[in-house]
Write a protein that binds this ligand. Structure first.
Ligand SMILES: [Fe+2]
Length: 275
């Protein structure tokens, strides 16, 4: 693998280990996805197949699962290395917090073996005690990144919960597709509210290797650059996800300007990008 280009973008959430979850089905789908990412300047990838947190409490089943993911990842890594030598392809997991006491001690569960771990709650619902669960993970020495907080049901009325996660020491990763409107107006509104508060630490694709769907990266960059958020984009898509690879905490992201007529301009910009 060649040394990574410092100007390239870094993507820390995708499902591009072939055949292990609802993401890319086979090596070809992985290669097609990586090709698409390179066209969007993404050349450093931590891919994050789903894993159920309760599995971490059953050593035999955990070993079987991590072994299968490792085998599939190795195969994909070899193919990517041949076809896209400029791409850095690392792995972590998206850990479903179905139990309050996950064991994250195996580095294969975490982001490229660092102290960072990508987490989510089941069925996009916010169960009680989320802050307590995150604190427990932090007290155990890990750095949780909450995947797509903007997509949780009820987050519009509970955005302060995301603030409490951040105060507890967790970080927030938003999806490009949320900002584009792909998940509907509520997720989109929450995503922009998080940006205006400077609460989002990372932007990522959550790409599942389904080529009929877009990456939404270009659309989001166009919108945010028009809104004067070019510097924030650089932190969200390059600096901070790059710091995950270095096991470093994210830098503060400049909040999106809260200007007069913001929503009218946004609606105008989004026309034609939210189909
Ligand atoms: Fe995901």
């Amino acid at each position: 693998m060649a040394a990574p280009d410092p100007t390239s973008l870094v993507d820390i959430h995708s499902h591009l280990v072939p055949g292990v979850d609802d993401g890319a089905r086979d090596i070809q789908a992985v290669l097609d996805s990586i090709e698409r990412m390179t066209r969007h300047s993404i050349r450093r990838v931590i891919t994050t197949p789903h894993i159920v947190g309760s599995l971490s409490l059953d050593p035999d089943r955990l070993e079987r699962r991590l072994g299968a993911v490792t085998d599939a990842w190795n195969e994909a890594a070899a193919a990517i290395g041949q076809r896209f030598p400029e791409v850095e392809y690392r792995r972590g997991h998206e850990v479903l917090l179905d139990v309050p006491n996950v064991d994250l001690s195996d580095p294969r569960i975490r982001m490229a073996g660092t102290s960072f771990v990508l987490v989510e709650w089941p069925r996009l619902q916010l169960p009680p005690g989320t802050e307590r669960v995150l604190k427990k993970i932090i007290d155990a020495g890990y750095r949780p990144i909450v995947a797509h907080p903007e997509r949780y049901h009820g987050m519009g009325q509970a955005i302060h919960v995301a603030g409490r996660w951040r105060e507890a020491g967790a970080y927030l990763q938003m999806n490009y597709a949320s900002l584009s409107g792909r998940y509907g107006p509520e997720a989109q509104t929450i995503a922009f509210r998080l940006l205006r508060r400077g609460w989002a630490d990372y932007l990522a694709s959550d790409f599942h290797g389904h080529m009929r769907l877009k990456l939404y990266k270009s659309e989001v960059w166009t919108i945010l650059e028009e809104l004067g958020a070019g510097e924030a984009l650089s932190y969200l898509c390059r600096t901070n996800p790059g710091r995950v690879l270095g096991d470093e905490t994210p830098l503060p992201v400049p909040p999106l300007p809260a200007e007069r007529g913001f929503w009218a301009r946004l609606r105008g910009l989004l026309q034609g990008t939210t189909a």
